[in-house]
Design a protein around this ligand. Sequence first.
Ligand code: DAH
Length: 339
Amino acid sequence: MKEKLDGIKLAALEMIENAETTAQLNDVRVKYLGKSGEISAIMRDMAKVPKEERPKIGMLVNEMRGVVENALEAKAQLLARIEEERKLKEEEIDVTMPAHGKKIGTLHPLTLIRRELIEIFANMGFSVDEGPEIESDIFNFQLLNIPKDHPSRDMQDTFYVNENFLLRTQTSAMQARIMQSQKPPIRVVVPGKVYRSDDDASHSPIFNQFEGLAIDRHITMGDLQGCLQTFAQKIFSKDTKVRLRPSYFPFTEPSVEVDVTCSVCHGKGCRVCKGTGWVEILGAGIVNPAVLDMCGIDSKEYSGFAFGFGIDRIAMIKYGIPNIKLLYENDMRFLKQFN
Ligand code: DAH
């Protein structure tokens, strides 16, 4: 019996020694100590051992079982440590490896220009307002001194929603809204989208305008000129000059068109300014007293100036963008250049 026990012990110890994984070791455990394992079978067979020998054999079996259990436990700990180490090694992170570059988006050129414009006019004391893109005929035209049959409506090819509502053709529509709801002194700029049925390299059916309105006592054309001079020098360059030419808009009287010296050739003449040294950038004027009165501001007490220009046009001039469509196509190759 003792030899049989020793044989089992040696075989078990050898299998434990040879086990290379926790799973293999578990198989060994089951083979010897499991319910139908070899050692368990011997314990069951104890009944067949003669009574006198039982204590001695029982001790031997217990001792053998203890040795196997201890060996299993020791090997289990060893394997656990080895497996843990292998896992750590596999999952090791090399913090000195160069990182994957992150791609960060860019602000759209129109956003860049709009923010710059707001900053420039905020520094001159203007606040910022916004208005609806679906506008009533009243604000877009009538209160700006453009009645239903007025010929200047032909200047702007309007998208009508119905007889009385339209997609605003000009941020000037906000002039009337502001004058009706605020008391002078007023200094406000309005950036926003406008719509016209117009489509070529320099016109898009949707584009962005920037409107300015200042109303107070004793406002003159000189104030307008000084304001626009400052704006032009800030948005283009310090040496930019401004030129006012007489023009016509129904809501300003007198009206002017404003040119700036070409920011590409600085007045020498180039392709952008078509050789003239000047580029036209905006319409402006002294707010027509008829408009003030229609909007509830006493034209005998107050006067004002207004101006409006295309943010797209400023962006095109400043960044040398040849076609307005580039601003609305969201082509990554174009947008990336503003990083
Ligand atoms: N709203 C005009 C346009 O879209 C531009 C303009 C002209 C705005 C004169 C003004 C202004 O405020 O006084 O063509």
